[in-house]
Structures are given as structure tokens and as C-alpha cells.
Design a protein around this ligand. Structure first.
Ligand code: DC
Length: 240
């Protein structure tokens, strides 16, 4: 059954703001796996398009640009794979609101999705990776050994986001955040190509009333049940 003897692919999908990254990074770190946030790849492409003034509604041009870019994926510290685009290691710039908006537009384009999906398969092909996004279990790795679908009500996600912003000393308007999250849900689930779906073979976790610690405990229970050795240090790092 296991085509990746040196480590599994753990796919985590779910809507925006549900905590996929924070949970995924911790799981990866405890397993000695790599962690990839695939949304950052769409954001990186959006960042480049904005920087170059490329027409973000022109699918062929955006897809050509994606192919021209020198992509680099590297772990710098910890499990997270950092993305660099033509030599620029991207981090905070990917959280920019405009970058987020454009990333949604480019993520709808089938040629772009095909390109990203093939890079994601190359990065995770050897296993030993936790990969999060919207279509990891349904499209990128339909044969992933473990598929987790994290969910939470839009209100709970908006509340968490508000707390995060307040903690970082930033202003936060709950109604605006809720509106934004609801719009993102619509975009992600109604998209024609590789929309966010909950696959039948995924483990569904409703995190609305759970803390991060409780979600992680649930995932480790799932992993133990399917016989994964926690702290499996023989896990091979993803080859890329
Ligand atoms: O998770 P995020 O907000 O950083 O993702 C940025 C955009 O990319 C968002 O519009 C959803 C999209 N996305 C996607 O279509 N498929 C993925 N596997 C990951 C993200």
C-alpha cells in the first residue's frame, strides 16, 4: 500500500483561516517531516505579477510568467519550506492584502493550477511531508496516506483572526473580517477547477470548539490509529 516507504504525505485541506498552517507546521515538526503551505505558491506568483505589472486577468501571460520564474523551495529553519522567486525569499510580503486578492484570481486559472500541482507533486513525491491547501487530498495527492479536512464555522474563524490581529497590536473589525472570510469560502468552493471539497476518504475535524492543542491531539490519534510512528526520524526529507 505504501508507495513512499521513507515517509508519508499528509494532506491537510480546509477553508481560509481554519488553522491549517499552524497545525500542519506543528505536526510536521513532531514527525520530523517538511511542511509546505501551497497557498504561498499562489501568493508568490501573485506577488511577482504585481511587481512586474503583468495583466492579472491574462491567463496565458500569467502561466508563461509562472514557467519563466526560477522557483526555489528550501527549508531554512524548522519544517517549513520557504519559497523563493528569482532569488527573492518571500515571507511577510505574501501576507499583503493585494497579494491575497490577486492570488485568488490566479488560483482560478487552470493553466496555473496545472503548473503548481506539478511542482507540488515534485516537492512531495518522496513523502515525509505535510502539505496544506485546498486541493491537496482531492487533486495534488489523491493517494496521500493521510487526508485531514479541517473545518470551522465562518464566525469562529473570524473571531480567531480578530484575536490574532489584536494580539499583534493591529486593528481588527470583526464584521469586515467575517465578510472577507465568507467571500473567500465562496471563491474556494465554487471555483470551477479543483475547488475546495471534502473527500470521502478524509478525516473530518470540526475545530469550531477546539483549541489548537486539541486539534493536534486528534490528528495524532488518527496517525496512531493508522500505525504511524510518531517521531519517526527515519522520515526522509522531501526531495526538491
Ligand atoms: O491559503 P491562502 O489564503 O494563502 O491561499 C491563497 C490563495 O490560493 C487562495 O485564493 C486559495 C488559493 N489556493 C488554492 O487555490 N489551492 C491551494 N492548494 C492553496 C491555495
Amino acid at each position: 500500500m505504501n508507495k513512499r516507504p521513507k515517509g508519508m504525505v499528509i494532506a491537510i485541506d480546509g477553508p481560509a483561516g481554519v488553522g491549517k498552517s499552524s497545525v500542519g507546521r506543528t505536526i510536521a515538526s513532531r514527525l520530523g517531516y517538511s511542511f509546505l503551505n501551497t497557498g504561498q505558491m499562489y501568493r508568490a506568483l501573485a506577488w511577482k505579477a504585481i511587481k512586474e505589472g503583468t495583466d492579472v486577468s491574462d491567463e496565458s501571460e500569467i502561466a508563461r510568467m509562472a514557467g519563466r520564474i526560477k522557483w526555489n523551495f528550501k527549508k531554512i529553519s524548522g519544517p517549513a519550506i520557504k519559497i523563493s522567486v528569482d532569488g527573492n525569499v518571500l515571507d511577510k510580503e505574501l501576507s499583503d492584502e493585494e497579494v491575497g486578492k490577486v492570488s485568488s484570481a490566479v488560483a482560478k486559472m487552470p493553466q496555473v493550477r496545472k503548473f503548481m500541482c506539478s511542482m507540488q507533486r515534485r516537492i512531495g513525491g518522496c513523502g515525509g511531508i505535510v502539505m496544506e491547501g485546498r486541493d491537496i487530498g482531492s487533486n495534488v495527492f489523491p493517494d496521500a496516506e493521510v487526508k485531514i479536512y479541517l473545518d470551522a464555522s465562518a464566525r469562529a474563524r473570524a473571531k480567531r483572526r480578530k484575536m490574532q490581529l489584536l494580539k499583534s497590536g493591529l486593528g481588527a473589525d470583526y464584521s469586515r473580517i467575517l465578510e472577507f472570510i465568507t467571500a473567500r469560502d465562496k471563491q474556494d468552493t465554487l471555483r470551477r477547477h479543483n475547488p475546495l471539497v471534502r473527500t470521502k476518504d478524509s478525516f473530518y475535524i470540526d475545530t469550531t470548539k477546539l483549541s489548537k492543542k486539541e486539534v493536534i491531539a486528534k490528528i495524532f490519534r488518527i496517525l496512531r490509529n493508522i500505525n504511524v510512528k510518531v517521531r519517526n526520524n527515519s522520515a526522509r526529507k522531501a526531495a526538491f
